[in-house]
Design a protein around this ligand. Structure first.
Ligand code: UDP
Length: 478
């Protein structure tokens, strides 16, 4: 039942697809539940993406383009999204976002003037903590939205804020906020985090924005209460504010063409992909993707290809230039073993998709038996919503903590390796694929249980996600 209330909500996502997609899904969900006006504000090119994603569906959502000059912040021209920038420049993108502040203030002033009162709240990305101060200065509520899960969020926030690995000589270390006996490993830190000392650009960006986000009036977390009990208990204690678990926020997938999903064209027509999947028996196909920004190294790509051939399993692999290459280059066949793509094509054993795949349709197809994933949180949620077990290969951000939780807390996956630096053989790849796909009954059962918990949380009238949404709405109008 929609809760009919007047009011305006402004949303400010971080400039990366893994953030824009759940923000858009959240906007749609709030829209379904309320009669609030919703405006999503961002840089011009990200607004263009969102525009193409919403043009056919939710015309009630408004978009506000905030002026942004990438080159004034040491970013390449016309690049406004993490997808297109080299990893070392990631925090520069975050710091550059601070220049949006005066434009966001103008937007809020205009809304306040036109409507005779400020917006009910501003929902902003945890990486854009400065928005909290903008909200407070207008007397509007500030709500931080973490597009990550609760466990990944507290692990990543606490490690950035405390840099605990710098206080330990051993490879294993304690992370404040976790139970006393809990340990993380140095190899679970991406290379910029490993090197961080509190004075570098990465630390300056993350520490400041996270600390500001912790001053918000409440948090929305893209997760489901029942699937992450430990993570949620720890996160609530750590930040001391309400946390609404309204997930899973997945891109809408029915009755919408793919371009209108994420504003991205897949590298293959959907029908071709489904036709290929239809050729294969139930739960036999391994889907491989490293998300919208990351890629493995060239030597790792070779080993993965060899392991795939040795495993004998059919696969769909979303390929991008390897780590270290210009992300915007075309894919070179020399990055894979000689004849690999042709053999895959001729035997119909493998489908290589360039750049962008229709991920949700693939994961919801009955032929898919496992997902080799970088464990970006959206990918984890999308996989588990369809009961698909995960083979983890975390690369950046909080992915290593998602992968740890998937294996140790949820029991729905096995980690294959970590980071772009690891050395891995085809044989190891083959073994893990076979372990999960041939002997993974227990893992599959757990994945199906989690899929059912997610379904109930979202679809049942008193489900936890529906209840959290009602509670959030009550709080912002109070
Ligand atoms: N995605 C997709 N096709 C691709 C790659 C990614 O549809 O080829 C979508 C995926 O379904 C998910 C998002 O992009 O919704 C990626 O988010 P995630 O958190 O998994 O990883 P990130 O890209 O943020 O590292």
């Amino acid at each position: 039942m929609a809760e009919k209330k007047e009011g305006h909500i402004v949303m400010v996502p971080f400039m990366a697809h893994g953030h824009l997609i759940p923000f858009l899904a959240l906007a749609r969900l709030i829209h379904q539940h309320t009669s609030f006006s919703i405006t999503i504000a961002n840089t011009p090119l990200n607004i263009q993406h969102l525009q193409s994603a919403i043009s056919s569906s939710s015309s009630d959502l408004q978009l506000a383009s905030l002026p942004f000059q990438p080159i004034s912040h040491g970013l390449p021209p016309n690049i406004e999204n993490a997808e297109k920038i080299p990893p070392p420049l990631f925090p520069n993108l975050g710091l550059a976002a601070l220049s949006l502040q005066p434009h966001l203030r103008s937007l809020i002033s205009r809304i306040t003037q036109e409507e005779g009162r400020p917006p009910l709240c501003i929902i902003y990305d945890v990486f854009l903590g400065w928005v909290s101060d903008v909200a407070k200065s207008f007397g509007t509520k500030s709500i931080a939205f973490t597009t990550c899960g609760a466990y990944g969020t507290i692990a990543y926030m606490s490690i950035w804020l405390n840099l605990p690995h710098r206080k330990s000589d051993s490879d294993e270390f304690y992370v404040p906020g976790f139970p006393e006996n809990y340990r993380f490993h140095r190899s679970q830190l991406h290379r910029f985090l490993k090197q961080a000392d509190g004075t570098d650009t990465w630390s300056r960006f993350f520490q400041t924005q996270i600390a500001l986000s912790m001053k918000s009036d409440g948090w929305i977390c893209n997760t489901v209460e029942e699937i992450e009990p430990l993570g949620l208990q720890l996160l609530r204690k750590f930040i001391g504010s309400p946390v609404w678990t309204i997930g899973p926020l997945l891109p809408a997938n029915s009755g919408m063409d793919l371009k209108h999903r994420a504003g991205k064209e897949p590298g293959i027509p959907l029908e071709k992909c489904i036709e290929w999947l239809n050729l294969h028996p139930e739960r036999s196909v391994l889907y491989i993707s490293f998300g919208s920004q990351n890629s493995i190294s060239e030597t790792q790509m070779m080993s993965l290809a060899q392991g795939l051939e040795q495993s004998g399993k059919p696969f769909i692999w979303v390929i991008r230039p390897p780590f270290g290459q210009d992300k915007n280059r075309d894919f070179e066949t020399e990055w894979l073993p000689e004849g690999f793509e042709n053999r895959a094509k001729e035997t119909k054993r493998g489908l290589l998709i360039r750049n962008w795949a229709p991920q949700l349709e693939i994961l919801s197809h009955k032929s898919v038996g496992a997902f080799l994933s970088h464990c970006g949180w959206n990918s984890v949620l999308e996989s588990l919503s369809h009961g698909v077990p995960i083979i983890g290969w975390p690369l950046a951000a909080e992915q290593a903590y998602n992968s740890k939780m998937v294996e140790e807390e949820m029991g729905v996956g096995v980690e294959l390796t970590r980071t772009v630096e690891s050395v891995i053989s085809g044989e190891e790849v083959k073994k893990v694929i076979q372990r999960v796909m041939e002997r993974g009954e227990e893992i599959r059962e757990r994945a199906n249980e989690i899929a059912e918990q997610i379904r109930r949380a979202k679809e049942e009238e008193n489900g936890s996600s529906a209840t959290a949404m009602h509670d959030f709405v009550r709080t912002v109008v109070s």
